[in-house]
Design a protein around this ligand. Structure first.
Ligand code: RIB
Ligand code: CA
Length: 323
């Protein structure tokens, strides 16, 4: 039985890879996609998302615009990582699709309450939309099966030495989501940075005739500009797509349920503190109050297994509508 899913994205190169995988995998039923500013400004994120759906041969599914900036902090982008257009300059054809007339929060609420089965929300971006949904319509809580989010890290960050970009972009939103009491799965940098596609494979995909493999190959080939103009390196990371892969092949990852909190102040703002102590409750002994949430944290991944799953799925020449 397929998994009913809502994707929340800031498309973005790896969000595009995640959308492609979700649309093409037979065990995932994408009910709708909601967009938030992050890798690029919101209008660009919406347009990128629609164009990726075209390349993936997706059915006509609702795409809604959400927050233009985080709850508290100023908006930032990661043009240095995803390029000025958010897709690394990969010029996908203009789209004829139109975004939903509803905003992201209302679309999420309608899809969740209208689903005959609890919905899995996959957050691949700053969690501003999801936080606004939970603050505006808490009645959806019981109809959400799980929140699977790409974000955070039990180790080093990327946006800062300790914070991962999605959580760092809107830490208050991430804290609200963690506090909601919904079963939550964290696909953080600990596994995000491990799953890559060989350059030769990406090059071969980019030479394909079929629009989706070709787009995937070009997106994978985007190089992240190094600091000080030292050049650019190929990473081939499937990034956000790994979080979606975890839905259909959870056995490819090793997880632990751990207390997690989000730091909101100081240099560590945006850090997801993952408590891996043997005695997690020792805070109480030292009068250190802390609002922790128990989260299933992905700590290791069989990278070759997940890369294979991703490639087999996006290279499949059967578009969803033909299944
Ligand atoms: O830190 C990686 C995350 O930030 C990914 O979701 C990427 O798309 C960016 O949004
Ligand atoms: Ca993203």
């Amino acid at each position: 039985m397929s998994i009913p899913v809502i994707l929340d994205v800031d498309t973005g190169i790896d969000d595009a890879l995640a959308i492609a995988f979700a649309i093409r995998h037979p065990d995932i039923d994408v009910l709708g996609i909601t967009c938030v500013a992050g890798n690029a400004p919101l209008p660009q994120v919406v347009d990128n998302t629609l164009r990726v759906l075209d390349a993936a041969g997706a059915p006509d599914l609702p795409v809604a615009a959400g927050a233009v900036r985080p709850l508290i902090a100023a908006a930032r982008t990661s043009a240095g990582v995803h390029g000025d257009d958010g897709l690394g300059g990969v010029a996908l054809p203009p789209t004829g699709r139109q975004p939903s007339p509803h905003g992201a929060v209302e679309l999420m609420r309608g899809l969740i309450l209208g689903s005959d089965r609890p919905v899995t929300v996959v957050a691949l971006a700053p969690q501003t939309n999801l936080a606004l949904l939970l603050r505006t319509h808490p009645d959806v809580t019981d109809r959400i099966e799980r929140i699977v989010f790409m974000g955070g890290s039990a180790g080093p960050g990327n946006a800062t030495a300790v914070a991962e970009f999605n959580v760092w972009h809107d830490p208050e939103a991430a804290a609200i989501v963690l506090a909601a009491g919904i079963p939550t799965y964290m696909y953080g940098l600990d596994v995000f940075n491990a799953v890559a596609i060989d350059h030769a494979v990406a090059t071969a995909l980019a030479a394909e005739d079929e629009p989706l493999p070709r787009a995937v190959g070009m997106l994978l080939d985007h190089r992240v500009a190094l600091r000080d103009g030292e050049g650019a390196e190929y990473t081939g990371l499937i990034g956000d797509a790994g979080a979606v892969c975890s839905l259909v092949d959870p056995g490819a990852l090793r997880t632990e349920v751990r207390p997690v909190r989000v730091e909101l102040a100081g240099y560590a703002r945006g850090q997801t503190v993952v408590d891996r102590r043997r005695f997690v409750g020792e805070d109480d002994l030292h009068g250190q109050a802390a609002d922790w949430a128990d989260v299933e944290v992905a700590l290791e991944v069989d990278a070759a297994r997940m890369a294979r799953l991703f490639l087999d799925t996006v290279s499949r020449d059967v578009a969803r509508s033909e299944r």
